[in-house]
Ligand binder design. Structure first.
Ligand SMILES: Cc1cc2nc3c(=O)[nH]c(=O)nc-3n(C[C@H](O)[C@H](O)[C@H](O)COP(=O)(O)O)c2cc1C
Length: 438
């Protein structure tokens, strides 16, 4: 048993059509626009005492496979996607403790708009909002916002560093006790406690103050997922939770140690940021059933190599439709998108063809292999946390449906709780307080 419980979060791969083509998804093809599944999810994960739900977003329709949107649209690969702020707001209204973390790209929002949106969400949620701060990586997304393409990878992080400075100043433009709400004098806000920001930077400028006022957390929680060396420096500077798909226990430990090193160099305490590792556990009532499910999942991955390459191409900006996928990936291929993913793909390839590599890449395991009964998987998660040192896991399930949610809430979570590995009740009202409680 670990000294402290570890943290749990859920990676919702975008708000809308979930798991199209997967079993147990009901009439998802016609019901996806309604928020019921997400509201169910938020309630279920709150009953399971998860720290947060992270809502992914990328703001464009994929077009990087064969130079066409066809494979993305036909197979519902990251499309349709509703606006994450709306889904986040709805989730906050059916819950009272779980953190909700929508993704907003720094390329897509002016910092003033972003600061106001996130502060408003923090207000309506009663202090439970985080922001997954991403720089974006696709030229197609950039073109949706009037740019020719994305700035170069490391420049995006330089811009995002300045962006963080601006939004933090905007969130700080109201002192915490600025609202006096004095009915006798008739004064709502004390003008001496609301300040202009007058920020003039290299990339952004704003006047301030923020017209929404601040949220209960003051500065909302920042989540991040930078995988490259520059991305890790950015994450270590700003994030209070980092999500990563590191491959195997050694890589998990090394990643977390590296984040801690960067945090210390920037004057931060390592305990102020929770590093969560991606997992997609495969559960069964018996080991045999879990293994059967794993085989089925692997068979589906073998049959869906092109779709999976299209998704991988969307995050790496690589058009795999251009290559003979029965040959290895040519050495000269690089990415201005997610660097760590491409590096992991290459490490795994070991001279194998693109098809063979993709069939096993992230198919049945993410950071670690988890397959078995709830009790066996709970025990393994505990061992892994002991070996890595912390801080928890981010569930990234391919088959998002009510059955999967029930298996986790009513099967895996009680097994983890019985072992003292995760919390049985929230300690605090606000998201940050729960996240940093241990
Ligand atoms: C679990 C996880 C969730 C992510 N969610 C998003 C997202 O919603 N939108 C996005 O543009 N990027 C997302 N990313 C990509 C990261 O922001 C980052 O670009 C990526 O991990 C590569 O790191 P690098 O930019 O430092 O190369 C996510 C990455 C991970 C591991």
């Amino acid at each position: 048993m670990t000294a402290n419980p570890f943290h749990l979060a859920w990676f919702l791969q975008g708000s809308s059509a979930q798991a199209w083509g997967e079993p147990w998804t009901g009439h998802i093809g016609t019901t996806w626009a309604q928020p019921e599944l997400f509201l169910n999810m938020a309630r279920s994960l709150e009953r399971a005492c998860f720290d947060y739900i992270l809502i992914e977003d990328s703001s464009y329709v994929g077009e990087s496979f064969g130079g066409s949107t066809e494979i993305y649209l036909k197979n519902a690969i990251a499309v349709p996607r509703q606006d994450p702020s709306v889904v986040a707001a709805l989730m906050t209204q059916v819950t009272s403790r779980i953190g909700i973390v929508p993704t907003f790209g720094t390329y897509a929002y002016h910092p003033y708009l972003l600061a106001r949106l996130v502060a408003t969400l923090d207000q309506v949620s009663g202090g439970r909002i985080g922001w997954n701060a991403v720089t974006g990586s696709s030229d197609f997304a950039a073109m949706n916002f009037g740019m020719q393409g994305m700035p170069e990878h490391d420049t995006r992080y330089d811009m995002a560093d300045e962006y963080m400075e601006v939004v933090r100043k905007l969130w700080g433009s109201w002192e915490p006790d600025a609202i006096v709400a004095d009915r006798k004098s008739g004064v709502l806000v004390d003008p001496s406690k609301v300040h202009a920001v007058n920020f003039q930077g290299k990339y952004f400028s704003t006047r301030g103050p923020l017209n929404s006022g601040v949220g209960p957390q003051g500065q909302p929680v920042i989540a991040q997922a930078g995988g490259s060396p520059r991305g890790r420096r950015f994450a270590a500077a700003h994030a209070e939770t980092i999500v990563v798909n590191a491959k195997g226990i050694d890589a998990m430990r090394a990643y977390r140690d590296d984040v801690h090193k960067h945090m210390i160099a920037q004057g931060r305490k390592p305990s102020d940021c929770k590093v969560l590792f991606l997992i997609n556990p495969i559960l069964g009532e018996t080991m045999e059933e879990a293994l059967e499910r794993k085989e089925t999942r692997q068979r589906m991955a073998n049959q869906q190599v092109e779709q999976r390459l299209a998704h991988f191409g969307k995050v790496t900006n690589i058009d795999f439709g251009k290559f003979d996928i029965d040959k290895p990936l040519p050495d000269h291929v690089t990415t201005n998108g997610h660097q760590l993913n491409l590096e992991q793909f290459r490490t795994m390839a070991k001279g194998r063809s693109i098809r063979e590599t993709m069939a096993s890449f992230n198919a049945v395991d993410l950071s670690i292999d988890l397959c078995g009964t709830c009790d066996a998987v709970a025990a393994r998660m505990g061992e892994v946390m002991q070996e890595v040192g912390g801080d928890g896991f981010l569930f990234s399930m391919p088959n998002v449906n009510r059955r999967t949610l029930a298996e986790i809430e009513d099967g895996l979570i009680p097994a983890l709780q019985d072992r003292g590995l995760v919390r049985k009740a929230y300690e605090h009202e606000h998201f940050r307080a729960n996240l940093l409680a241990y």
